[in-house]
Ligand binder design. Structure first.
Ligand code: SAM
Length: 318
């Protein structure tokens, strides 16, 4: 079936958790285990460093890591390449006084990536609304040795942007619930079920997701000192991606806060697949967006955007 074929073209991605060891050490470890640095498709004992994500390794799709001690001890995280893009684009500062928010954190892959990029310094608030998923998040963060993270079991939309704890946040990651239509091993199932779903029902489900996603972006824009907001989904639907971004740029929060899309030079410029121009209702900015196409890009389907403040606003001077 198509999904299996697509999955076979996606390497097994392994992110080295630099909160616990270095990528050099990880490479040496796998070489000692008999793996050779070469194209991951050349043999089932081959692996490579990724071209876009510094601490990401790619192995043959046949490789299994669930019993690997490095996985069970949190030293490696099994995370698709595209899902490493948002934290990389957010590029949170690794300083003792950094304040960063992950608004929708569980199960915590991107949270642990942010924590590693911050060199485990400063403060990373990780919000998760769902109680069960929040427990999973806490377990994951403990295992991964993320000491700068404070997990909070709370709906991000109810977080007061001027609360003294959070008001100093300069970077926010927003990876909210979405249709999940880009996930390759769920792709056939999802697209099939979407085909069977009445067009109207599908439209109404996507519309609801899109209004929730827009609300989340607008809320993030209310944080007084936020400089950078990354919004991502694992959806292939423009309605949850380019269209949400276009709408967000027209909101009162974006206009007052002087938010615009970060230019291509600041958002993985060497990544080839960009946003869909035809789904933006203004011109020129689709280049500022990233898309990953399931199967074609050796990743799952994914979307990443990045809002930055165009200028210092009065709220930032408070
Ligand atoms: N970023 C996560 C990762 O890489 O592991 C995946 C996040 S998942 C796509 C979205 C998560 O956001 C879910 O766990 C969901 O329960 C949570 N969520 C949805 N709405 C929320 C809200 N308003 N506040 C906080 N968490 C929320």
């Amino acid at each position: 079936n198509n999904g299996d074929e697509r999955a076979a073209r996606i390497p097994r991605y392994v992110r080295v958790n630099t909160c616990l060891w270095t990528t050099q050490d990880a490479i040496r470890h796998y070489q000692e285990k008999g793996f050779k640095l070469s194209s991951p498709f050349s043999s089932d004992k081959a692996f490579a460093r990724d071209d876009h994500i510094p601490d990401l390794l790619s192995f043959n799709p046949q490789c299994q890591f669930h019993d690997d001690i490095c996985y069970t001890s949190g030293k490696i995280i099994l995370q698709d390449k595209a899902s490493c893009f948002p934290s990389t684009v957010l590029a949170p500062p690794a300083k003792e006084d950094s304040v960063v928010i992950d608004a929708t954190a569980a199960p915590g892959n991107k949270t642990s990536h942010l924590s590693a990029l911050m060199a485990n310094k400063g403060k990373l608030y990780a919000f998760e609304r769902d109680q069960r998923r929040f427990r999973t998040l806490k377990t994951m963060l403990n295992k991964a040795g993320c000491k700068n993270v404070e997990p909070v079991n709370m709906d991000f939309l109810t977080v007061d942007p001027i609360n003294s704890k959070y008001a100093k946040a300069t970077h926010i990651l927003l990876d909210p619930s979405c249709s999940g239509s880009g996930i390759v091993n769920r792709l056939d199932y999802l697209l099939e079920s979407e085909e069977n779903e009445e067009a109207e029902e599908l439209q109404s489900r996507l519309n609801k997701l899109a209004s929730f996603q827009l609300m989340m972006i607008r809320h993030a824009m209310k944080f007084p000192t936020v400089q950078k907001i990354v919004y991502s989904t694992c959806s292939v639907h423009a309605i949850e991606n380019e269209r949400v971004v276009s709408q967000a740029l027209k909101t009162e929060e974006a206009i007052k806060g002087c938010f615009k899309l970060a230019p291509r030079t600041q958002i993985l410029p060497t990544w080839h697949r960009r946003g869909r121009e035809e789904d933006m209702d203004f011109t020129g900015d689709a280049e500022s967006l990233i898309r990953c196409s399931p199967g074609e890009d050796a990743t799952n389907g994914f979307f990443v955007s990045c809002f930055i403040r165009a200028q210092i606003t009065r709220s930032m001077e408070v």
